[in-house]
Structure formats: C-alpha cells, structure tokens
Design a protein around this ligand. Sequence first.
Ligand code: ADP
Ligand code: TRP
Length: 339
Amino acid sequence: MARILTGIQSTNVPHLGNILGAILPGIELANAPGNEAFFFIADLHSLTTVHEPEVLMENTYATAAAWLACGFDTEKGFFYRQSDIPEVTELMWFLTCFFPFSRLELAHSYKDKVEKLGSVSSGLVFYPMLMAADILLYDANIVPVGKDQLQHLEFTRDVAERINARFGSDTFVIPEARIDEHVQIVPGIYKDEAGNFTKMSKSYGNTINIFEDDKKLRKRVNGIQTDNTSIELAKDPDTCIVYRLYSMIASTEQTASLREAYLRPGMGYGWAKEQLYLALIERFGDAREKYHFYMGNKKELDLKLQEGAEKAGTIAYEVLCRMRSKLGYKKLAYFGGEV
Ligand code: ADP
Ligand code: TRP
C-alpha cells in the first residue's frame, strides 16, 4: 500500500492550472487500487504571504470546495486543514534542529521570493521544514508535486535521513516525489514579451478561474491573448493559447476538429474562444455546480474537514510521539498518552 500525500496552499481560488496539474492527477492517484490519499490545505504555509484572516479563511474554503467539486471522495482518504493538526508545527521544530540553516537560505523558492519581495518573514526561510513536517508526520511514501517543489522534497528526504541515521531507520519513512511528466504545464492567458507561452500562475495574474459565473468566465476567455491574423487567413494552432487550452480539456475528436478549423481560412479567434468557453462549461459543469454548493454550505465543508482532522490527527499523534520518544521527550498526554 502506498500513501500518497499532497497539499495546496490556500492563497487563492484554485485555477485551471492547479486543477489540471495537481487536483485531478491527485484524485486519479487516490483512486488507484492500493493507494491511500492524504490531501490537505496548506493554510499555515499561506500565512507566509497572506496576513488577512478573512482572505485566508475564504481561500481555505475555496480550496477545499475545489477538491470536493473535482471528485475527491473523502471517505476513501484523508482530507484536512493543515492548521487543524498542531503536531505539524512541533515536528517542524524538531526537524529544523537537525537541518543546516545555510541550506534553507540557499533554497530556490526562498531566494526567488527575497528577490521579488525584498524583505520577507522568517516563516519563508522555514517554509521547507514545515513542508517536510507535513510529509513525515503521516509516513507518506509518494508526494505528487510540480517541478518547482522538487528541492523541498530533497530537503525532506535529507532531514529524514539525517534523523534516521542518528535514531534508527524506523523513525521516518523516506518519501519520494512524483513528478508526472504526462501532466502538461497549463499556459496562462497572456504570452511573455518574447511571445512565448507562460505558466498559468496566480503570481502572474494570468489565470482562468473555472468556478466564476458564466458571464465573467466568458469575459476572461475572450480576454485570452491571440495574434492579429485576419479572419480570411489560416491560423497556426500550435502557437495559439486558445487552441492549447482547448486541447487540454476537450476530447481528441473535438481537438482535431478545432485544429482543422484553424487551418482553414475563415475562422475568427472570437469563434475559437467561444468553443473554448463551451468546452470549459461542458467539462467542468458538474464541478462548477458542486463548488458553488459547497461554498454556499460552508458548514458542510467544516464538517468534512473536521472529520478529516480527527482521522489524520490519530496518525499525526502516533508519529509525533514516536519522534518525541526517540528524543527523550514524554509522549503527549492528550489522546490517552502516558503522563
Ligand atoms: P501557482 O503557480 O498558481 O502559485 P501553486 O504553486 O500553488 O500554483 O501550485 C499548486 C499545484 O498546482 C502544484 O502542484 C503545481 O505544480 C500545480 N500547478 C500550478 N500551476 C500549474 C500550471 N500552470 N500547470 C500545471 N500545474 C500547475
Ligand atoms: N509548497 C507546496 C506548493 O506551494 C504546497 C505544500 C505544502 C505541499 N506542504 C506540502 C505539497 C506537502 C506537497 C506536500 O505547491
């Protein structure tokens, strides 16, 4: 049996890139026989950049609603808010004491943020250690992540190996990153200055929020950047964002037929965008409905997250106590531990 674990920060409403690149592949892995899934909302990580409680809370609900709307069956796995499991911050402290500070300062994600933002909080330096705690606390085997998270997984393995070398290999399970090469990078709705596709990312303001109402969604799709080839001329599908996005969500047949339309003179980009809009509605119609159901029934979300926290908490408690006893600390007294 493999334990699959991944987290998504709650810094905003998950966009099409997050859904195609992380949520749907995660759910597929969760449904594979023999796998056990741990999906959580990394709302403590979000605190490194978001300081408004209302924004944090709303985005936590939005992220939870997106997982459920896309079909994650919480009965089959573990679904929880990171901040509901206090063990994670204690474990993080233990990990930081076994990991060189110099490596954290040199982490790509940290250096990027410092470059972009100038001054950053100490939380950002320790971000990878909190992520390592997220993973090690549940004895996870496989962590599906995007390429940008690979270094964080290396740190996780490194700190776990250091601790295992000191206290025995039964202390932590060494996790593996799972980078799915089949999962394509979803492009954002604008190209960069050189005319290349850019990654859809909340940091670039180039996202599509599939949960937006029809009117706003259509407007966003209409705002996708295209070239100015006139309607009478054939167009190049392979350099067009509209076509690329369409190919990621429509069927092979639908994609082939849009391709033909591009290659035939007479197709306007307005029409292609309408096809993309319709394909989004068709593919995500059900998810959109469920998302709004959950966002209108936050009590239901709270209930699911609460149940998830109780289930996940039992494992977190066991693993933290295992580490505590290796370090010579007492078992935690709650949940019936020895005092
Ligand atoms: P963002 O770039 O919007 O900040 P995150 O870094 O929070 O997104 O990513 C959350 C998850 O979604 C990660 O697993 C990441 O690999 C995936 N992801 C984000 N953007 C894309 C994209 N454009 N295409 C495919 N996957 C993506
Ligand atoms: N840092 C991850 C990201 O930005 C989110 C995350 C937090 C995570 N904890 C994790 C991912 C544990 C996998 C496992 O995408």
